[in-house]
Design a protein around this ligand. Sequence first.
Ligand SMILES: *Cc1c(COP(=O)(O)O)cnc(C)c1O
Length: 415
Amino acid sequence: MAYSAKARGLFAEDIQAIRDKGIYKEKRFICSPQGAEIEVEFPEGAPKAKVLNFCANNYLGLSSHPDVVKAAHEGLDKRGYGMSSVRFICGTQDIHRELQNRVSEFLGMEDTLLFPSCMDANSGVFESILGPEDVILADRLIHASLIDGIKLCSAQYDTFKHMNMKHLKKKLELHRDKRHVLVVTDGVFSMDGDLAPLDEMCALCDEYGAMILVDESHASGFIGRTGRGTHEHFNVIDKVDLITTTFGKGLGGASGGCVSGRKELIELCRQNARPYLFSNSMAPPIVNASIKVIDLVTSNTDLRDKLEWNTAYFRKGIEEAGLCVRPGKTPIVPVMLYNAKLANDMSRDMYAEGIYVIGFFFPVVPSGAARIRVQLSAAHTKEHIDKAVAAFKKIGEKYGILGLDKKGIIEKYGM
Ligand SMILES: *Cc1c(COP(=O)(O)O)cnc(C)c1O
């Protein structure tokens, strides 16, 4: 028996250390479809409670949309349950090709390759196209999956300060001698909800002959006038070389991801990307439903317009209530609390008020930057948002933070 009592004891100590730091992740169970109103069992074994969900990536409310569910059923009926294969052996159906073509058109790119997830897309893309004579220049706050993907590739790696274009310019200057330079950023940063300044970034890339990859997971489907993403928002659709994105957020919420961009780069991913070669294909029901999602978001802009309205309405309400929020325009609204315990305590009290939100603190965000991250959805009604704002006001009052700015909250609770 290799799992000795000693080994068990050491692992149990690791878990206790996580609890002692107050950062243990509790199990939470949802006993309903995903949506604006959900039924939650929390803590484990407690009676189910109906709450309003303000922490899903269900930006367009498509997770349980009847047309999307129907398309998943149809995909199941016409192309079966699973592929039992990776893409390149016998895991590519005509509907995979159709989804790839639809995504290329939607994002304004030359070609697209599907992956089991965006995490897999990010794992495969860098190693497929870059080598030791190349360099990656990444924003310091890029998503963890991009960092993991960069670690898997042999290119040199350097960073620039978050959204700091002066610093990016300096690094581009420094790396002029490299064969390829690839600038990497999130389009919308998931913790702060801020938009990468793609207009300035693309201009710098032009000036220095660098390529740019943008992870659009928190943008595809709703940022930009017709929801194509951050590159549409900044009017640089033809300047972006590579986009990675997910079907697990705004674009349906199930799973799957892709790399989209210049056709030679996509072809190299098809030849080299390890998740394409070694991990199973997206399942047919999800592929078929994702095609329906692209239909829905391209037929009109109703859903992204509703989300935009909901976002503005919530931001206005929460600011008037006296909470401290990071300004911005995206449906990610960080209610800043700075102190980890305060974020944890307030989110628990919000749950008791019927609002499901989660406190974020180190290591998910920098220490001293704890917050409750609120995410709006097109599925929220005005009444849902009113209820959330009222609950924040009540709980904010309980903790005496209404009207306080960063300095005031830190003086009262510490960082
Ligand atoms: C969620 C997310 C991913 C991962 O997407 P999956 O399809 O769930 O693997 C990648 N990048 C960013 C920026 C994300 O927010």
